[in-house]
Design a binder for this molecule. Sequence first.
Ligand SMILES: [Zn+2]
Length: 715
Amino acid sequence: MNKILSLVCLFIAVKATAQQQLFMPQNVKKAYENETRSKDGKPGKKYWQNFGRYNINVTTMPPARAVKGTETISYINNSPTPLTRLTIKLIVNIHNPGTARQSNASEDYLTTGIHIDKYTENGTAKAFPDPHGSTNAGVRLTNPVAPGDSIQLSFDWHYDMSEESGREGMLDSTSFFLGYFYPRVAVMDDVNGWDRMNFTDAQEFYNDFNDYTVSVTVPKNFLVWGTGDLLNAGEVLQPSYLDKFNRSFTSDEVINVVTQKDLDAKNITTQNATNTWKWKASNVSDMAFCISDHYVWDAASVVVDKKTGRRASCQSAFMDKAVNFHNQVKHIQHSLDWYSNNWPGVPYPFQKSTIIEGFADMEYPMMANDSRQEDDVIQRFIAEHEVGHSYFPFYMGINEHRYGFMDEGWTTAFENMIGVADLGKEKADNFFKQFRVTGWATSPSDETQIPIITPVNILSGQAMGHNEYGKPALAYLALKDMLGDDLFRKCLHGFMDRWHGKHPIPWDMFNSFTDFAGKDLSWFWNNWFFTPYYMDVSLDKAAQTKTGYALTIKNIGGYAIPLNIVLEYADGSTETIHKTAAIWEKDQQQTTVDITATKKITYIKLDGGIYVDADEKNNSWGTSTKTKAVGLSDAELDKYTGNYSSKQVPIKVSFTRENGKLMAEPAGQDRVALENTAKDTFTHEAAGVVIVFDLTKNEMTLKQGGGTYVFTKDK
Ligand SMILES: [Zn+2]
């Protein structure tokens, strides 16, 4: 008897301590044992990272697609072990027909990849191993590089720009985007050794912080925009353009450095056959460039550090007819100002930010390649997101191959914060629900329940997107709500101070937050990042107490979400009580919330806001006099089911009935439940969609974002 009792006690004790410890894979445990990382969240005593000094000369002569480069790398081994091998990244091989990639490639996307024409180690030429089309090449070094020593590498290389661009490639016949274009040494770190993950066009990047000088040689009348400082503007620009360019560095007003009229006159650059534009950037994770002979160029700047008065340059290059790109410099100024002074509230850590018109909506250090949008709100939204990445991953050297939730997640959380400032809470939150939450929150797919900590390189499709963007962003926002802005800021800044310019892993972030918060947040990290949870609460009971009501709330989905408790009183008045995620600290399956109420309550509803509940049917108690329930029978709903197609948009929508709801599933997207709001009318509020059926004509009209689309039922 005693024995059994003590066993039970032991079991409970073990369980209690286990709850306070975050799961740690073996490679991460080893990093702590080796003291390269410290359990209080700091870089360890023996923390190290490697470093390279890159000197690159690139030549390209559009409309010819060839890009030629010569490059030297001085690579320093700061690790405690001799290097006998190197891993070289050849990302441009993503265009090689035989390379593994996550989605199909069109003929126009394919090229023969990058060709290494010459390779030397410490000045001695040797054969470069055939990477067989891979984005990685393993090189066995002739002489190992001792700890603290360095090696000089050189490469001559060439590749053809792909006609169809992805993150890089041709934007049109004489506008090229050069990204990931040069051979680089992969990251070797204390946790995973060499980063040998293939680039598959899905997961993003992981780079060391290096110093770069890059020369870009192009024909006359071609302009070049890029990461870092342009060192020789006076050599490549005619005096009047140089003057406008120089003035932009102290100007709040947008200066049209180059207009369409200027382009037509073809006398912007020095009139040599070719011009070489020289660039420099230090302590950055990559360099990217755009060249064009017909993009207009706007520039201004903005104070990003009010204490020192430091300004950052804001530039944009685009087709004159891209209407909303004419606002782009203002969008960048606004983003840099807001991010510097609000959230993350760290002065913009670079000297410039340039947005190029392309197709990718993709970030690079100090650069973004953004698509043209008809709606300026969306144009700004994309600008804010891509510029937001300047913090995560470009200031904080995140391993995006494994932990995309540390860069996309944070950037998506900042995106909501700046969105609230721009649009007001209601509009921004609806936008956020539509783009980042509802799709997975209301999807019953098992892909939505994969723990966020799962290394993202083994995920694809929906699971990858949810785990990188919406789910972690909600976690960070819930943490901000729970800690309050002051403590949250202290934790975030503490973590950023410790790790910027380095390679933090999730445990460094978790431990740093716990350290700065002065309390163990493991339960919260564990709940959001290490479990297969989702968002679904139910209001099981509202029991009257002496002072009001005691609400029993079950957490069916499991995520520790904040809640708005909406109360309706018998006298018709309403009240909303906010509870942070702290209500789940003690017990993550069930909680009791005491409501003080002097008046009789007739209706209670749990409203998660952006924490979209998977099943709202069990979220309320009592009867509302405010919201009218419109219920249709199964037979009535079945009249609306079927597949619909439209001549206006190439998308099919299938309607089905499930659990008394009409469900809509646009081909290739998540299925969502619709609300019946009037006769023949259904809405999906989070996505701002209104659907009106005309059963007599077998037609359906879909309205979204100002557009109206007529669909016909398939026979
Ligand atoms: Zn992003």
